[in-house]
Design a protein around this ligand. Sequence first.
Ligand SMILES: Nc1ncnc2c1ncn2[C@@H]1O[C@H](COP(=O)(O)OP(=O)(O)OP(=O)(O)O)[C@@H](O)[C@H]1O
Ligand SMILES: [Mg+2]
Length: 271
Amino acid sequence: MVSTHTAQKSAQVSITRVTQAFRSNGSDLAVLDDLTLDAAPGEFVALVGPSGCGKSTLLRLLAGLDRPLFGTLEVDGTPVRAPSPDRALVFQDPTLFPWRTVRQNVALGPSARGALKKSQQRIEEALELVNLTDFADSWPAQLSGGMAQRAALARALVNDPSVLLLDEPLGKLDALTRRVLQQEILSLWQRQRFTAFLVTHDVNEALLLSDRVVVFSPRPARIREIIEINLPRPRDTASPEFIALRERILGLLDEEGAGHDQPTRETERHD
Ligand SMILES: Nc1ncnc2c1ncn2[C@@H]1O[C@H](COP(=O)(O)OP(=O)(O)OP(=O)(O)O)[C@@H](O)[C@H]1O
Ligand SMILES: [Mg+2]
């Protein structure tokens, strides 16, 4: 059993008037345009928008990997200035070190902080949280795509992040594995209570997991609309309320995304 000593942390996140641009071929490429968005402690926020609008750019700013041109990003009132294990980022590609076992990959963060010894229990907990205990001594090459992504989640969770940043974490998985992992992310969030930002192209996924869905415009990203999802969990993808919300979000994306890659319109049932 996972022990209950685990710190359950969540953080207030404030994004205030953030503008970002990149220098590209001698001119400036505007990517984020005066974005203001707050997340309450423990809130699950989904971010959807046309491909290339700036979603990953926003997560990188929250992770502290880049700095904005203008505006501020704060976590519990403290400006984000550099990466921190407290703000973990999980990508579409699990990026595990192939020469390390699953356990050794999960131990990377504590090891880098010189806290390997006192983190042993937490490492085992993180493995258990993602159901990888039996594969702790396996090599990444021996894992399925879903298992590798679980290992990447464990590597983030081992640090007890107060903010979990998920950049299309299930984007490369088959539909069935994806559904299983959606439920697992939901249950991890319910147990650990981090504040979550999930970038996804799957509107069903956004609706299944989040408290609010933020719909962005094409680049430079502006907030098109923020939609509260006041449906009890677990959610029924076939309920009229769910379907109405999905149509509303897809409608917004259709309006905004002309000429861009479109998020998948999944009409199949997810239950
Ligand atoms: N470091 C960088 N230098 C120059 N341009 C960049 C850089 N990072 C991102 N961009 C550009 O910024 C824009 C937004 O990129 P970003 O990766 O944030 O989009 P996205 O919304 O995550 O797209 P997708 O849904 O396809 O993942 C793109 O036009 C991209 O080419
Ligand atoms: Mg992206």
